[in-house]
Design a binder for this molecule. Structure first.
Ligand code: HEC
Length: 108
């Protein structure tokens, strides 16, 4: 078997790691609260912008969900936007990113 075949098999083996399940309903409710309370402290209580820019879908549609997830986890270096990787898992951040892109929140 060539090197390429092996790397293909390894990639397949890793796929489940990236397809991790989304947070459960209780965690989703916690994340929704965090979004409006913690993120909202800078991005505005209704996420329309404050110290940080609006997080509404009109603005978020220009970013991929992956890009937003990265911003949430690691912040924007050199700005007031902090990274949240101490508090949020990758699945948490990915879920929030989806909410921001599709405006699914029950709190608005
Ligand atoms: C301490 C203030 C602060 C908090 C808290 C904060 N942010 Fe930010 N955020 C900012 C600032 C300032 C920017 C703009 C950074 C820049 O100049 O590029 C930003 C940028 C962003 C961006 C990129 C927006 C864009 O269009 O450039 C996203 C997405 C984002 N924040 C999401 C979040 C989320 C989700 C949370 C909560 C988990 C959060 N932020 C909490 C200050 C904050």
């Amino acid at each position: 078997m060539t090197y390429r075949h092996w790397s293909f098999l390894i990639t397949l083996g890793l796929l489940p790691l990236f397809a991790a399940a989304e947070p459960g309903p209780n965690r989703q409710a916690e994340l929704d609260t965090l979004l409006y309370q913690d993120c909202g402290s800078c991005h505005g209580m209704t996420l329309r912008g404050g110290l940080g820019p609006s997080l509404l879908p009109e603005r978020m549609e220009r970013y991929s969900a992956e890009a937003i997830t990265g911003i949430i986890l690691y912040g924007v270096p050199g700005t007031a936007m902090p990274g949240w990787s101490d508090l949020l898992t990758e699945e948490d951040a990915a879920w929030i990113a989806e909410q921001l892109k599709h405006d699914n929140s029950t709190l608005r």
